[in-house]
Write a protein that binds this ligand. Sequence first.
Ligand SMILES: C[S@@+](CC[C@H](N)C(=O)[O-])C[C@H]1O[C@@H](n2cnc3c(N)ncnc32)[C@H](O)[C@@H]1O
Ligand SMILES: [Mg+2]
Length: 311
Amino acid sequence: MNQLQRILSARRLSHPIISPLRFLHRRLFSISDADASSASFSSSHHKIQTPEVKASNKSRSTSSLKEHELAKFSAIADTWWHSEGPFKPLHLMNPTRLAFIRSTLCRHFSKDPSSARPFEGLRLIDVGCGGGLLSEPLARMGATVTGIDAVDKNVKIARLHADMDPVTSTIEYHCTTAEKLVDEGQTFDAVLALEVIEHVANPAEFCKSLSALTVPNGATLLSTINRSMRAYASAIVAAEYILRWLPKGTHQWSSFLTPEELTMILQRASVDVKEMAGFVYNPITGRWLLSDDISVNFIAYGTKRNDLGDI
Ligand SMILES: C[S@@+](CC[C@H](N)C(=O)[O-])C[C@H]1O[C@@H](n2cnc3c(N)ncnc32)[C@H](O)[C@@H]1O
Ligand SMILES: [Mg+2]
């Protein structure tokens, strides 16, 4: 077991605040650990179904898959493009996260951020693309986009939606995993995995796959939720139980990573984090803003080291 694995497993087993929080959470909402899994991931509108997961053969390439996490997304796959549905937070967050992606990728690849299609000539992959909320604007900004997701239903919805516009119909969607594409030897100028790492089986292995998909000196971007008390209060208690933005059980607090942990696992995967920003919700305007506050939602941009560079 390496140092990082020791730190991460120690955190999971004995973090000083997780046990009392779990206890309080269970008492307040009368749920069990099993309830937090796919078995209870349903609302009055959404029935759980076994997801059709193509990439589910038993090989090295299944390492990032958590079946009960995929079942959650499969259950609500037909709502990806409902701007008032369970993916409303992602719809609202999209302009904010795209602003960060535009500015970091333009700087990284020396592109003009004021151009209408600044990503012309770049090959990007959107890992865990869902219904394509991010893939589509990336294609509109001129990128050659591949979107992959482990849930077949998501990919089908993404395909149908993208085909409604000739610009986005160029997106290649596949039901597969990052690990499988690594096995196939595929690489991209930039690799993006937004709001995915908190749903995978092994974040460190997942980051290694993202890194392997990134060309040397390419860019890697990830967004997720911080394992902070504020995130517990806002991203879980408020978003799932009070405001009901997300179905109950969408997120497990213990699966969140702190910015320091994400930086460390990326660094170990040959990706140096160069910049981070927070996404902060303004309840008065109903908008998300880019911020230095990374205590809840945050995004990280890193560059893939060219480890062979010195040879
Ligand atoms: C919260 S959604 C984010 C969707 C999209 N990235 C966005 O931000 O709009 C997480 C997505 O990751 C997918 N997913 C979860 N684990 C995955 C894995 N190991 N490999 C590929 N996709 C995965 C889910 O099916 C789901 O569509
Ligand atoms: Mg999430």
